[in-house]
Design a protein. Structure first.
Length: 286
């Protein structure tokens, strides 16, 4: 899927990757490798923003340090962000991908504001899901999904290359789940197998076969689709993880919603739990 351009992905023309530079010992964020191989498969333009999260003397990460120490830390982060951008540009050129890179040195609120303002300008945004910096990434993910109107792919640390052979589509019949599925159609059409998975009570499964009503729509779009209804028992996130493992899923597609006061994802805390520990990249749409 990543070797040659995929006709099914021809509608994807612009991919943005945003990473926040931290001291990771020279390792490249998974989102960059994933975004690069996705752009190659789609024949898309790739924009990489490697942002240095600028420390200030009065923020909690700068506490206990003098101005000189904070500035030294900022210079180090700036250098790491630039090195990440240069390395990504070289990898893109070698892969034959047209790539634009940026390495701004800005505060975290500015990083978030830039992401929200610019995500609508791309077909999709790729972000990291690193449990070691979960709060930072959660705010970026929520901002991108809920404010931009564009889908986001969230990449766990081990997934450094794009693949879409087998996809699990989490289904609850909501408008958000339908929006995510339709936003993900290029990937669903490219897949060898798509499994609609509904986690429901035994009564709901016997009464309506959740997910079966949506399968004909996907089939008419050329998607090779099957439906699996799983009984609701125990932790739903664990159920989805196990099913993704059985499918050997390359991607999980889910809808996202928020309440009036509190932002919350599909199935309440399920997506949040998967962001902590997902067996595959998450395609999220609102």
């Amino acid at each position: 899927m990543t070797r040659d351009r995929s006709p099914a992905l021809a509608d994807i023309h612009d991919v943005q990757v945003v990473v926040v530079e931290e001291e990771r010992g020279g390792t490249s964020p998974a989102a960059i490798g994933f975004g690069l191989t996705l752009a190659k498969a789609a024949g898309a333009h790739l924009t990489i923003q490697s942002a240095a999260r600028r420390l200030t003397f009065d923020n909690p990460w700068g506490g206990g340090f003098d101005d000189g120490a904070v500035e030294a830390g900022n210079r180090r982060l700036d250098a790491l962000a630039r090195a990440t951008a240069v390395r990504a540009a070289g990898d893109a050129a070698q892969a034959g991908v047209v790539c634009t890179t940026e390495a701004p040195s800005v505060s975290f609120p500015e990083i978030l504001a830039r992401l929200i303002a610019r995500a609508p300008l791309y077909d999709l945004t790729v972000l990291d899901a690193d449990p070691s910096a979960f709060d930072t990434h959660r705010m970026l993910i929520e901002g991108a999904i809920l404010e931009s109107g564009r889908p986001v792919i969230v990449v766990p640390p081990a997934h450094t290359a794009f693949a879409a052979r087998r996809i699990l589509l989490a289904w609850d019949g909501s408008a958000q789940a339908a929006r995510a599925a339709n936003d993900a159609l290029p990937f669903l059409r490219a897949a060898e197998a798509v499994e609609i998975v509904a986690v429901a009570t035994e009564a709901e499964i016997h009464a309506s076969l959740p997910g079966a009503e949506f399968a004909p729509h996907l089939a008419r779009h050329g998607v090779r689709v099957a439906v699996t209804d799983l009984p609701r028992a125990g932790d739903v996130a664990d159920t989805l993880r196990a099913q993704a493992g059985r499918l050997r899923a390359d991607m999980i597609v889910m809808g996202a919603y928020h309440h009036a006061r509190v932002r919350e994802f599909l199935f309440g805390g399920v997506t949040r739990a998967l962001l902590h520990d997902s067996p595959a990249p998450l395609f999220l749409s609102h």
